[in-house]
Design a protein around this ligand. Structure first.
Ligand code: BT5
Length: 324
């Protein structure tokens, strides 16, 4: 249900660069000017910075309004994803908070969001640089009907959903590097980390974390990763409102989730191949057992990587690092 407050926020966001009069707002929303004024006070309390001038009207002063549970939820058009938000300004890792929250019985769709992580992590305990409030660092708690071996498909699904939203919003061209990276040109802009709690047969819950570089400048990246990393801002020469991005990501993810459930992984696979990075090209593949050069041929019906090895034979790879 869209509340008056949601509509008000939407109107203000649409008129981000101009003032909109109390009279105009009151006519559009069918409430009194006093009611508008009260709403503005509430918005301010929850972190929006509103400018108000007697003859001009109202305006949201900074598009990068404060990031917290209520600003994330306001105007969010989802049924379950992100309807419960755990927000902390600083955490070690949203994945750890999400595991604890899930173990306490958090419902499907609960998200854990932060401004800064002190111990953000990637796969195999690699470091995910996120000790500043310029990106989106979050974990989603999902409780799908799933067997453990299907969980890796969720990473690919998340990648596809993220690419679609980000391309739509930013106009940038984004590719997916198997299994869990989003790339713009030759640089990583986002990484996804899927973890789960499972029995032999069934998944109790899965936690999908992603880190998306949004407003970083080059200075935000350490020497070790600067050459290989980028942010939406660096690629588009503008800053992005993290809340608008996050809301769009959650809304699309929820819509795609239904399609994925109805149509199965084949639906995701087709899209994934469309966005795949280095498809048909030679890369270096490092598996736990060996490393070799091969050509990326695609992904299998269950999401494993298919490569053509040195002898031109097809190999199915479940776990590997890809380099070039
Ligand atoms: C990933 O791992 O790419 C998964 C990253 C998931 C991060 C999210 S943030 C919210 C949630 N909470 C967490 O603690 N984690 C998740 P992997 O494929 O292993 O890649 C890690 C590698 O990416 C590092 O070794 C660096 O080379 C590089 N890297 C680290 N920080 C980066 C950044 N901010 N941008 C681009 N590349 C980065």
């Amino acid at each position: 249900k869209v509340t008056t407050r949601d509509q008000l926020i939407k109107l203000l966001m649409e008129h981000e660069h101009e003032y909109i009069s109390g009279q105009a707002l009151s006519e559009r929303l069918h409430i009194s000017r006093t009611a508008i004024w009260k709403h503005m006070k509430e918005l301010e309390k929850d972190g929006y910075h509103i400018e108000a001038y007697p003859k001009k009207g109202y305006r949201i002063a900074s598009p990068n309004h404060r990031f917290n549970a209520s600003t994330i939820k306001w105007g969010l058009q989802t049924k379950w994803l992100g309807q419960t938000v755990v927000f902390e300004e600083v955490v070690d890792s949203t994945q750890d908070v999400a595991h604890k929250t899930a173990q306490k019985g958090a419902e499907h769709g609960t998200i854990v969001v932060t401004d800064k992580q002190l111990k953000g992590r990637g796969r195999r305990n690699r470091i995910w640089a996120s000790d500043h409030a310029e990106g989106l660092w979050l974990s989603m708690i999902l409780r799908p009907e799933l067997s453990p071996f299907e969980a890796s498909q969720f990473t690919l699904f998340t990648a596809v959903s993220l690419v679609e939203t980000l391309q739509k919003l930013t106009g940038l061209t984004i590719h997916i590097k198997w299994p869990n990276d989003l790339y713009i040109r030759n640089r990583k802009v986002c990484g996804i980390l899927t973890e789960m709690q499972a029995e032999l047969e069934s998944v109790n819950y899965i936690i999908i974390g992603f880190g998306l570089n949004v407003n970083q400048t080059e200075d935000h990246f350490t020497d070790a990763i600067r050459e290989r990393s980028t942010s939406l801002s660096l690629e588009s020469n503008r800053t992005w409102d993290r809340i608008q991005l996050l809301q769009a990501i959650l809304e699309d993810f929820e819509t795609n989730y239904y399609k994925y459930q109805q149509e199965g992984f084949s639906y995701i696979r087709k899209k994934w191949l469309h966005y795949a990075y280095k498809l048909g090209e030679e890369v270096k593949i490092i598996t736990p057992h060996r490393s070799f050069f091969g050509i990326i041929d695609g992904i299998s019906a269950d999401g494993a990587l298919i490569v053509l090895n040195e002898n031109g034979e097809k190999e199915v790879i479940y776990s590997a690092e890809i380099h070039w």
